[in-house]
Design a protein around this ligand. Sequence first.
Ligand code: FE2
Ligand code: FE2
Length: 281
Amino acid sequence: MPAAANHAEQPIYVRQMDFQFDDDLDPLVVAGDPEQSYMVIGLSLLLPYLEPYLIRTMKEAKKEVRHPQLLDDLERFSAQEGQHYKQHIRLNQALRLDCFPKLPELEAKLDADYRRFSTEKSLRFNLAYAEGFEALTTASARFSFERGADPNMHPQVGALLNWHLVEELEHRTVAFDVYDHLYGDYFYRLTAGLYAQWHMSSFIRHVTRHMIEADREAIERCGGEASRKERLRKVWPELRSLLLPKVLRTYSPRYTPHDIPFDPELEVMAAELNQAARSYH
Ligand SMILES: [Fe+2]
Ligand SMILES: [Fe+2]
């Protein structure tokens, strides 16, 4: 018997945004920090494959869900994800990536993985994968807003990520609720969710490593190996004290994204995004 569906606590707005990206954008999107820049690019390259997979998964789930509010949430989730990956494609096309020859191969493998998951894996697996991604995104978005805007981030990239992360928090409950409504099995969600997090972070890690290896000059321009170690040394305490507890919380059997508030500051940001949007509903 499916569980009763919860629903999102605040509106999930589908916004059409007009982001501007310069042509031939420098891949060093975080000034002076190649590792962080390439991780951001790895994420941006992941999303045009991952988010369409989430949408395909929700389309299948829609056939099973009977709860009207959850159906509405599910539609809005998919509409937001559809906007996200289209904007990331625009950013990826603007970035100067032709000197990284292995990227197309990494993307082709990722694309094949997600197509295979959609055709060969169960809906239960695909929904648990979706929630694994959403739980990690929710934790990362909260970490990112707590940490504050990075002054070294390219403003065009920062604006895109800001919009994306606010919308990820708006729809943070949807994949969890759809999985819970149809299956509700905690251990399966945890196992498949951990696999999902390993799978997507492997892609980002491979992209980052390849970009660092292919452009050693960027590392040298940013102070060489000593500076790279110094950047890592600085980022660890924040990751350990601010991000790790948020991620670990999502692994608890008592975790529900409904317990994570949509803070007043986020409401202000969401209202500002509505103002900035070409249209929203
Ligand atoms: Fe998204
Ligand atoms: Fe999402």
